[in-house]
Design a protein around this ligand. Structure first.
Ligand SMILES: [Cu+2]
Length: 129
């Protein structure tokens, strides 16, 4: 026989799981307008680190704000909207040499994925609210 306590325990556990899922789905990313391409991101592996290849890998900003990407790596990179399976055309830095920057002003809310067209493991995301 299943006791009332174990049923209650299951309901509580389910509640905690549902809460965790809702929090994960609501994760906004770090609020900033500056992203750096990390050192060594020209070689695969940065995508497995906590910072990602673009640091921070996920940011939140607001409508009208300009986000600036700084290439602090020694390799050239791009900031291209979309993902390796498809370019959305929202923004594209073109080839960004070491030490150079690229900026884009976000005019509408949404979630913008982007990646490096040279190193497709480099992916990042901008959430505009
Ligand atoms: Cu790259």
């Amino acid at each position: 026989m299943v006791s009332k306590f174990s049923i209650l325990g299951m309901i509580v556990a389910l509640g905690i799981i549902m809460y965790a899922i809702s929090m994960a789905g609501d994760e906004k990313g770090i609020e900033t307008n500056t992203v750096e391409m990390v050192q060594g991101s020209g070689a695969a592996g940065c995508e497995k680190t906590s910072t990602g290849c673009y640091d921070p890998v996920k940011i939140t900003t607001h409508i009208g704000n300009t986000v600036t990407w700084k290439n602090t790596d020694s390799s050239s990179h791009t900031v291209t909207s979309g993902n390796p399976n498809g370019i959305t055309g929202e923004f594209d830095s073109g080839m960004l040499m070491a030490g150079h920057e690229f900026s884009h002003t976000f005019r509408s809310s949404g979630t913008y994925d982007y990646f490096c067209a040279i190193h497709p493991w480099m992916i990042g995301q901008v959430v505009v609210r």
